[in-house]
Design a protein around this ligand. Structure first.
Ligand SMILES: Nc1ncnc2c1ncn2[C@@H]1O[C@H](COP(=O)(O)OP(=O)(O)OP(=O)(O)O)[C@@H](O)[C@H]1O
Length: 341
C-alpha cells in the first residue's frame, strides 16, 4: 500500500501539498481528484521520489521510494506519457528500461501485447499519436509487473475505445490485488472506474471515502416529474406543501423527494405523468459542490453572477422558511434557468 503522513510540499510561497495523510489500499481502484493546481501531480511525484517533501513522509510498502530495492518491480507509474526517446522504437525503449532494471527481455513483448502496440513495436515512438504514446507509457509502468501502479491522467488523448480499454485494465489490475491510484479530470470516467476516492483542494485533504459515500454525502438526490398537465401538477404539489422547482426543460424537480409518494400523489389526482425519475446527483456535481471553495482559477463570465428573478425554492408553508438551497450556486453558475412553483 501507499501511506502518506503529514506530507507537505512548499515551492517558495506556494504551499502545493499541505499535511496530507491517507492510505491507498490494494484491491480497488482509488481515484485522486482535485481542481487544477490542487497538488495532485506534486503528491504523485513525491510518492515516486521525484520531488522531496518539505516535511512529512510517504512510504511504499513501508519504505520511502529511494529505499526500494527494485523500484520498477514495486511501483509502476505513468506521469508524463511523452517521457521517452522519440528516436527509439517502442520495443527498444522498453528493452532499455528492462535491461537497466534487471527485468527479463520477454516482458517487453508481453507488455507490448497487453497495451495493443505489438504491431507497431518496431516503429519509432516519435511518430506515435497521443493515444499510442499513452499506451507506451502504460507499457513502461507494467514492465516490472509491480504491485502498485500510479497513473496521472491516463486517459488524456485516448479515444472512446482507448478509454474503455484503460478502465478495464485498471479494474483488472486492482482485481488481481494490486494497488491502483489514478488521477483524472474526466469525472464521468472516474465514476465508472474508481471504487474509492481521495479528493484534495489547495493541497489539503477534502475527502477519503468510497465513491458511493462521496456522491451521497456531497449531493442530494432529487425526483424529476413531468406531466402534460403541467399547471394541475404545479397546483397539486403546492397544495401538498411539496417544494419544487421548474427546470429549464419544463419538468419539476423535488430535492430529496420520494418517487413512490410523488407518484401516488399524482395518481390520487388523476394526473398523467410522462416522467417520474428518482435521480442521484453525479460525481461531477458532488465534486463541484465539495471543491467550490478551493478552486485556484475561476473563469469570470457573465453567467457567473446569479441572475435576478423569482425565488428558486418555494418557502415551506408550515414555517414560512426557505429550504436549504443545495446546488443553487452551482445551477446559477451554469445559468440553468429555474423558476419557483
Ligand atoms: N516545480 C514547481 N515550482 C513552483 N510551483 C510549482 C511547481 N510544481 C507545482 N507547483 C505549484 O504547486 C501547485 C500544485 O501543482 P500540481 O501540478 O501538483 O497540481 P495538480 O493538482 O496536479 O494540477 P493539474 O490538475 O492542473 O495538473 C500549483 O499551484 C503549482 O503552480
Amino acid at each position: 500500500m501507499i501511506e502518506l503522513e503529514e506530507l507537505t510540499k512548499r515551492f517558495g510561497d506556494t504551499l502545493a501539498v499541505d499535511r496530507l495523510t491517507f492510505v491507498v489500499r490494494p484491491g480497488v481502484v482509488t481515484g485522486f481528484l482535485g481542481p487544477n493546481g490542487a497538488g495532485k501531480s506534486t503528491t504523485m511525484r513525491m510518492m515516486l521520489g521525484l520531488d522531496r517533501p518539505t516535511s512529512g513522509d510517504v512510504r511504499i510498502d513501508g519504505r520511502p521510494y529511494a529505499e526500494l530495492r527494485d523500484p520498477l518491480k514495486s511501483v509502476g507509474a505513468l506521469l508524463d506519457a511523452r517521457s521517452w526517446h522519440g528516436g527509439r522504437s517502442a520495443y527498444n525503449h522498453l528493452l532499455c528500461l528492462a535491461q537497466s532494471n534487471g527485468l527479463p527481455r520477454q516482458r517487453v513483448a508481453e507488455v507490448l501485447e497487453t497495451v495493443g502496440l505489438g504491431a507497431v513495436a518496431a516503429k519509432r515512438a516519435k511518430g506515435f499519436s497521443l493515444g499510442m504514446g499513452q499506451r507506451l507509457g502504460i507499457a513502461s509502468a507494467l514492465l516490472g509487473d509491480p504491485r502498485i501502479l500510479l497513473f496521472d491522467e491516463p486517459v488524456n488523448g485516448l479515444d472512446p475505445e482507448g478509454i474503455h480499454w484503460i478502465r478495464h485494465l485498471m479494474q483488472k489490475l486492482a482485481a488481481e490485488g494490486r494497488t491502483v491510484f489514478v488521477s483524472s479530470h474526466l469525472m464521468s470516467e472516474m465514476a465508472l472506474t474508481a471504487e474509492h476516492l481521495i479528493v484534495i483542494g489547495q493541497g489539503r485533504l477534502l475527502a477519503d471515502t468510497s465513491m458511493a459515500a462521496f456522491i451521497a454525502g456531497n449531493s442530494r438526490s432529487f425526483v424529476q416529474l413531468r406531466s402534460p398537465d403541467h399547471e394541475r401538477l404545479r397546483e397539486v404539489l403546492r397544495d401538498a406543501g411539496v417544494t419544487a422547482v421548474v427546470t429549464a426543460d419544463g419538468s419539476f424537480r423535488v430535492d430529496a423527494g420520494d418517487p413512490a409518494k410523488l407518484g401516488e400523489l399524482a395518481a390520487e389526482h388523476r394526473i398523467v405523468l410522462h416522467e417520474l425519475t428518482g435521480r442521484q446527483a453525479s460525481l461531477e456535481e458532488a465534486f463541484m459542490q465539495l471543491t467550490a471553495g478551493s478552486v485556484e482559477y475561476h473563469a469570470h463570465d457573465a453567467g457567473a453572477e446569479p441572475p435576478p428573478g423569482p425565488e428558486v425554492f418555494a418557502p415551506d408553508p408550515a414555517t414560512g422558511r426557505r429550504p436549504p438551497a443545495w446546488g443553487e450556486d452551482w445551477r446559477r453558475r451554469r445559468g440553468n434557468d429555474t423558476e419557483g412553483v
